[in-house]
Write a protein of this length. Structure first.
Length: 334
């Protein structure tokens, strides 16, 4: 199955920048889209709820102006992330706002609902649903999602435990639609690797936290630059759902990252960011295992330029190997 036009025609790199709670803001989304990758944000980041209208107006107007000024290299589409969970009492309002501005892509998380999917489909939008196992993937497609985001081991924030190799091979046994792989992807070679394993796109989050446009405190960005894969701890303590967090931030909050208690999943609350005195994501900072590739805090355009160079270098190296061994290489048409 070929990619939908919205994921194929205006991307300069096969990447979706994942929605980052608190961190993704209009400035970050706009910079990502202008750089040629899908920019996204959680609807819940706009607070109060009325601010979502303002954010969507800003994003659509600025990208439209950019496209008029750059007809030969228009911006990539943007995506709105909806938390489809019973604790999200804003969902109906936020879906209405996304429909009002005809968000090209809707990313759904923590539940799948046919009415949310139908709302996006009503104006021609597509829905990608993030999942942590094959069972949830089946449910998402049965309820009308167009594509999947397998959140594999090592992804930042709420993440699963399956190897991307195992996860993708299970999904591709029955699903031939769009797949954006998430999990420790932070350089161009990893983007190409995701495609080689069967994904269409890479889903990248943590690397974008360490950018100038991200709405994160400088200490958070600096901690990402200074940390590596060993500095990530996996726990459900902070929201009731397992996720990956920066070990140094857990220590700064006065806790032992190697001896964290297990939370009651029934207490999860995604409007408040958790019920702990030290809250995710305000004090306990989410992050994935791929951050060893992040060497400094840079503008989004510079990060995407680096990823693009690395991607092309990896393609060239693979093409050389394929000629040596006589195996044709799959190509990406942006």
């Amino acid at each position: 199955m070929s990619l939908p036009a919205v994921l194929r025609e205006r991307l300069r790199l096969p990447v979706i920048a994942s929605p980052l709670f608190i961190i993704s803001c209009p400035e970050l989304v706009i910079a990502q889209c202008k750089a040629g990758v899908v920019g996204s944000f959680p609807a819940l980041n706009a607070r109060p709820a009325s601010q979502l209208d303002e954010w969507l107006a800003q994003i659509t107007e600025e990208l439209a102006a950019y496209d008029r000024a750059h007809p030969d290299a228009p911006s990539a589409p943007f995506a709105v992330n909806q938390i489809v969970h019973k604790t999200n009492d804003r969902l109906e309002h936020d879906v209405e706002m996304a429909s009002k501005y005809r968000a090209p892509i809707v990313i759904t998380s923590l539940g799948a609902r046919e009415d949310v999917n139908a709302a996006a489909h009503s104006y021609g939008g597509i829905v990608l649903h993030d999942v942590i196992n094959d069972r949830f993937a089946h449910k998402a497609i049965e309820k009308g999602a167009d594509g999947l985001i397998p959140v594999a081991a090592g992804a930042g924030g709420h993440a699963g435990q399956l190897s991307p190799f195992a996860f993708l091979q299970e999904l591709r046994r029955w699903f031939d639609g769009p797949i954006a792989l998430s999990g420790a992807i932070a350089n161009g070679a990893a983007i190409l690797s995701a495609q080689a394993m069967g994904a269409d796109l890479a889903y990248i989050g943590s690397a974008f936290i360490a950018t100038n446009e991200a709405n994160a405190v400088q200490a958070y960005k600096d901690m990402i630059v200074a940390s590596g894969g060993e500095d990530i701890v996996y726990t459900n303590l902070f929201t009731g759902v397992h996720g990956n967090y920066l070990r140094p931030s857990v220590k700064l909050a006065g806790m032992d990252p190697d001896n964290l208690p297990v939370a009651d999943p029934s207490k999860m609350n995604f409007n408040s960011g958790g019920n702990q005195k030290s809250k995710a994501w305000r004090d306990i900072w989410g992050c994935g295992q791929g951050i060893g590739a992040v060497a400094g805090v840079v503008p989004v355009a510079e990060l995407v330029a680096r990823l693009t160079r690395e991607y092309e270098d990896a393609r060239a190296a693979l093409e050389m190997k394929s000629r040596r061994y006589g195996a044709p290489m799959r190509s990406f048409s942006a």
